[in-house]
Design a protein around this ligand. Sequence first.
Ligand code: LLP
Length: 421
Amino acid sequence: MDHFLYRDGALYAEDVPISEIAAAVGTPFYCYSTATLERHFRLFDEALEGVDHLVCYAMKAASNQAILKTLAALGAGMDVVSGGEYARAIAAGVPGERIVFSGVGKTREEISAALTGGIRQFNVESEPEMEAINAVALELGKVAPITVRVNPDVDAKTHAKIATGKSENKFGIPISRARDVYAHAASLKGLKVIGIDVHIGSQLTELEPFELAYNKVAELTEQLRADGHEITRLDLGGGLGIPYERSNSAPPLPVEYGAMIKRVLGPQGCEIEIEPGRLIAGNAGIMVTEVIYVKEGEDREFLIVDGAMNDLIRPAMYEAHHDIVPVVEPVPGEEPARYDIVGPVCESGDTFAKGRALATSKAGDLIAFRSAGAYGAVMSSEYNSRPLIPEVLVNGDQFAVIRRRPSYEEMINRDSIPTWL
Ligand code: LLP
């Protein structure tokens, strides 16, 4: 459920008409709903009620400071994967003890910044990285809390580009080698082993792959304890999918996911961490664009909109589906038209949808791409020298620009000219 609904014939974000925001900030823009962000965070938090837990929002999904502050105020932790994300989390007021550091290639600088600023744990992805964390910790006179990310060799049954739990993927250490790696970790004085980490992929639409992976984690917990390690925390990653197509059956709910976690891992008595990103932010955001032209093709009509692949890359990159809806509610019973909905960028890949049913549209109409809150703005670029589009946050009947559109001048002035020119 989200808070982008039609009311009196027009699309609203909570209590604000989308057309009002468009008039104020221009198109295209991203618009997020505070109520939806909060609701989704609480769904996870409540799903794990009864067990010691922390929901660490995977901020790679949407990392605007206002979004982080909204979630942090509810007690969210953060899952970060770079020095930049760590700095963003700290800047949003998230205490170090609520920040976990994931990612396959943490640099010494990033490790040092996190150890100095405070960190809940590093999720270690390889032995060389483990040694680097140990070395930096010893240099700083600190002890780094770690889990080791294990790769359980489980098929997440999702798009190949976002599956991470098969042995051919670059992530984690093979679970078959885990005991050796933990023995190695225990011998390093700059590290304190506290648990196990696993993350098998994103946009999972079934619980089964999670359950397979978590069963392996349960088994490993027991083996490692028998080997003498103190395993007190299990980080179970993110990955629960969202309904991108309203017409399709929906993925499992957080409450079902939470119940499965408690059933499979409850007996281990560990503190549970999860790292959801998409489910918190995805349906809490839309991208609003304006139709520039309706163009007659040989055998089809193109709707050319002012948003493009540089603003929302998911359709071009993952063949992802986003529901696309008009901002003026279609008249009930009216036969929709079919359009190829495309952006102005000079690539055929700049196509959001082909043959999509949409109310008959004309230049100047506003249309919204739903489920664009996660992996939308964060993956945008200025390709074709199109400035990054603004982000707006709605809260009840108020809205605020939380990242403004840079001017052409600002965009150009980031370049510098060498003295010989
Ligand atoms: N934890 C780790 C270690 C991850 O790598 C990810 C996502 C998450 C948590 C959050 O997963 P989520 O709950 O959002 O599924 N750009 C792609 C998605 C890439 C996901 C990468 N890792 C997309 O637009 O579909």
